[in-house]
Write a protein that binds this ligand. Structure first.
Ligand SMILES: NC(=O)c1ccc[n+]([C@@H]2O[C@H](COP(=O)([O-])OP(=O)(O)OC[C@H]3O[C@@H](n4cnc5c(N)ncnc54)[C@H](OP(=O)(O)O)[C@@H]3O)[C@@H](O)[C@H]2O)c1
Length: 286
């Protein structure tokens, strides 16, 4: 297999759909999925795709399980063999993954949910044995669901806080903007439609004009006008400080989760060693 997906949940399926949508042939793709009901769903979503309960030998494994399942999924695949790991599991550091796969190159990625529409943005970072060619493989995979940027792994907590969690902040804004419109007398359906299209249009202006957000905002804020009145209220409520506090909280939590998972992995290794360890805790070389 060229690409073996470990976990065919929401994000795994989004990546597979992205590749197929870009014309990638089905034969070199396969997915390993734990849940039998989900395996049936995947088989009907992607007719002709190999959907397996156990790993197959692969050039690249793409880890799409929840963070807590990564070590188990990778250990099972490692017994069969692979040459590169691309992991999208939030907060799971390359150090944690390397403790399972040894010297096999690892690329860690942080996508976001608009990937399901092919409109995601993913940051990728190389682990200690990965080079530019490995990043090229990961980029070719992930650009099927949106744009890809390359960063140092030390920036991934910040990326998680900005673009990984970012869609939720936009949904929060949408919730409150819709509720405010309803409070002013708009029917809920109409308020939702106005808000959705406004966010879409404003996002397209940001991306397609490439003007800084501050310039676009100034262009629609006439002196003494309605927007200026709203922005004065945002400023009085320290909207800027609130955003900084919220994004810092997300980055801090991302770092904490990474450390917790690293510690849990090293505790697991200790336990295996103490038990006479079938698994090679020091990380097998390949
Ligand atoms: N959603 C996002 O916005 C987003 C953004 C960035 C990164 N991510 C990361 O993407 C990853 C996947 O998220 P998701 O929302 O797609 O999760 P999900 O829907 O729960 O999908 C994970 C799937 O993997 C299966 N699985 C668990 N252990 C397995 C194993 N050992 N072998 C094979 N399959 C296994 C799970 O089955 P069971 O349910 O039976 O365990 C589940 O069907 C997470 O690590 C998340 O941090 C998500």
């Amino acid at each position: 297999m060229e690409l073996l997906f470990l976990g065919g949940g929401r994000m795994g399926a989004a990546l597979i759909a992205g590749l197929i949508g870009q014309g990638h042939p089905l034969e070199p793709l396969a997915v390993v999925e734990h849940d039998p009901a989900r395996r049936s769903e995947l088989a009907s979503l992607f007719p002709g795709l190999r959907v397996e309960s156990d790993p197959l030998q692969a050039e690249t494994v793409v880890v799409c399980t929840k963070p807590g399942d990564v070590a188990d999924a990778l250990s099972a695949a490692f017994d069969v063999g692979f040459d590169l790991v691309v992991s999208i599991a939030a907060g799971v550091t390359t150090k944690t993954i390397e403790s399972t796969v040894g010297a096999v190159p690892v690329v860690r990625a942080m996508p976001n949910t608009p990937a399901v529409l092919g409109a995601g943005v993913t940051a990728i970072a190389a682990g200690s044995h990965a080079d530019a060619e490995h990043l090229d493989v990961a980029e070719a995979l992930l650009c099927s669901v949106g744009t890809v940027v390359r960063v140092e792994e030390s920036l991934l907590d910040a990326v998680t806080a900005v673009s990984g969690s970012g869609p939720a902040y936009v949904y929060l804004l949408a919730e409150h903007l819709t509720a405010a419109g309803v409070e002013l007398g708009l029917p809920p359906d109409l308020a939702e439609a106005l808000v959705g299209q406004t966010l879409l249009g404003a996002s397209r202006m940001l991306v397609e004009t490439a003007e800084p957000a501050a310039t676009l905002r100034a262009a629609v804020t006439s002196r003494g006008g309605t927007t200026e009145a709203a922005i004065a209220a945002f400023d009085d409520g320290r909207f800027d400080a609130l955003i900084h506090t919220a994004v810092s909280a997300a980055a801090r939590r991302s770092a904490e989760l990474g450390t917790e998972l690293e510690q849990r992995t090293s505790v697991g290794e200790g336990d295996r060693d103490a038990a006479g360890g079938a698994a090679d805790a020091s990380g097998p070389e390949r």
